[in-house]
Design a protein around this ligand. Structure first.
Ligand SMILES: [Zn+2]
Length: 440
């Protein structure tokens, strides 16, 4: 049962000045303690460092508990340097970034109450500080374990990031309970579980991207002509706006994909490896950068959301997923004509992105079989045969398929609309190697 951590960011109504002073006191304390640790043979043992540095940390204005956090923080920095085999020639420097505050059952530096936030600052404890957080904060507080917090100043705003932990039960399903997800441009994402599919068209996103691109390039031209501050400022604002737009879209798409997998009862999501994002030939390098980033973010969001549902995300080789036929495997560029896929080998026709999603799914299933072999060997691969006539396991074609599979020494069962775990020849095998055994 893996433990997952989530960070929640709250905007808090702490006076800016107090927050800055708190952060600077923390930084001073960290650097003083770091000097002491360095002088004493780069101490990475928090207990020994505590004996030497506690007074200095308290002198910087930290409370007893925050001083301890500070010492642990410094010690862990030296411990990390040591384990990474860095040669330490000067005391580790700490920049004014964030104050670590203990919350939850162990600490009292930060607590969330109905009346508001109670938080330790250099000016003493402040109570009933107003805060604004994401909609799922209440769920986090009720069902997750509250870890520690970090006080941050960004621009003129004060933030508090809180970490929450939770154990998530791994979901287990049949080996082929995998959904394949294809990411693209005209269709942002297409997911399939082998029978049903979900698709999100990318028309609006593409339009918005092109619009941002044209504004950006015209502004950059103007910037090249005469270097003005205002143009640079507009460019910066624009890039922020575009990033927020893409982020919102990616959140929405990833949410839909995970809920599709949930409905389909599939605990595994297969996506392509990031480097292999295919698509239309890209005109500009900038554009490619933006797209790479956006796809990477989508993958990250899918992984993030899948984890909270106890699902797994696997990356598969993207080579040829759009050119190969998902039914017969025939691979040829001519198979695909924009969004129409028509196999030159078997005549199979479907939406090209759906075909790619099927291919990714099949590779995902295969990857899981390879993973399974690393643990306990599978003594007989299972195959699911697809009868084009839809004979549901009866009739001449089905009999022939079954016979062929039998001759090849494969256990087989027919596609019957729903997941079926019966293994024709599994009874002869030791129970250990049955289906569920190598799912773990
Ligand atoms: Zn084909």
């Amino acid at each position: 049962m893996p433990e997952i951590t989530r960070i929640v960011k709250l905007k808090i109504g702490l006076p800016l000045d107090t927050a800055r002073k708190t952060i600077s006191a923390w930084t001073v304390a960290c650097n003083t303690v770091s000097q002491i640790a360095f002088e004493n043979g780069c101490l990475s043992n928090a207990v020994r460092l505590h004996a030497l540095g506690y007074g200095a940390a308290r002198a910087a204005g930290l409370s007893a508990q925050v001083a301890q956090s500070c010492i642990r923080h410094v010690a862990s920095k030296y411990a990390a340097a040591r384990s990474n085999k860095h040669v330490i020639t000067a005391p580790a420097q700490f920049r004014a970034q964030a104050v670590i505050l203990q919350g939850g059952s162990r600490g009292r530096d930060v607590a969330l109450r109905a009346s508001g936030l109670s938080v330790w600052t250099i000016a003493g404890r402040l109570k009933a500080v107003p805060f604004a957080g994401p909609p799922d904060l209440a769920d986090k507080l009720a069902n997750w374990t509250f870890g520690d917090g970090r006080l941050i100043v960004a621009g003129k705003n004060v933030f508090l990031t809180l970490s929450f932990k939770k154990d998530v039960e791994d979901r287990i399903g049949p080996n082929d309970a995998v959904i394949g997800v294809d990411r693209g441009i005209n269709v942002l994402a297409c997911a399939t579980d082998g029978k049903r599919h979900w698709m999100r068209k990318g028309g609006h996103t593409k339009h918005m991207r092109n619009r941002y691109l044209s504004i950006r390039s015209s502004l950059q031209r103007r910037k090249a002509e005469r270097r003005t501050r205002s143009v640079a400022k507009v460019l910066k604002r624009l890039s922020g706006r575009e990033a927020r737009f893409m982020k919102a879209v990616n959140h929405e798409v990833s949410k839909s994909i995970v809920s599709f997998a949930d409905r389909a009862g599939c605990p595994v999501i297969a996506i392509e490896e990031l480097d292999g994002i295919r698509g239309q030939r890209l005109r500009k390098k900038v554009r490619r950068e933006v797209q790479k980033w956006a796809y990477g973010q989508l993958a990250f969001f899918i992984r993030y959301k899948a984890e909270t549902h106890g699902m797994t995300v696997i990356e598969v080789d993207p080579k040829g997923t759009s050119k190969g036929c998902s039914r017969c495997g025939h691979t040829e560029s001519a198979n695909r004509n924009r969004h129409e896929f028509k196999c030159r080998g078997c005549g199979h026709r479907l939406h090209s992105d759906l075909n790619a999603a099927h291919n990714i799914r099949l590779r995902g299933i295969l990857a899981r079989q390879v993973l399974g072999q690393d643990g306990e060997p599978s003594c007989s691969p299972q195959v699911r045969l697809y009868d084009p006539a839809g004979n549901r396991g009866r009739g001449r074609t089905s009999r022939l398929l079954k016979q062929t599979a039998h001759d090849m020494g494969l256990s087989c069962f027919m596609h019957r609309g729903d997941y079926c775990q019966s293994q024709t020849r599994a009874s002869a095998l030791p129970r250990k190697t049955s289906h569920a055994a190598f799912q773990r």
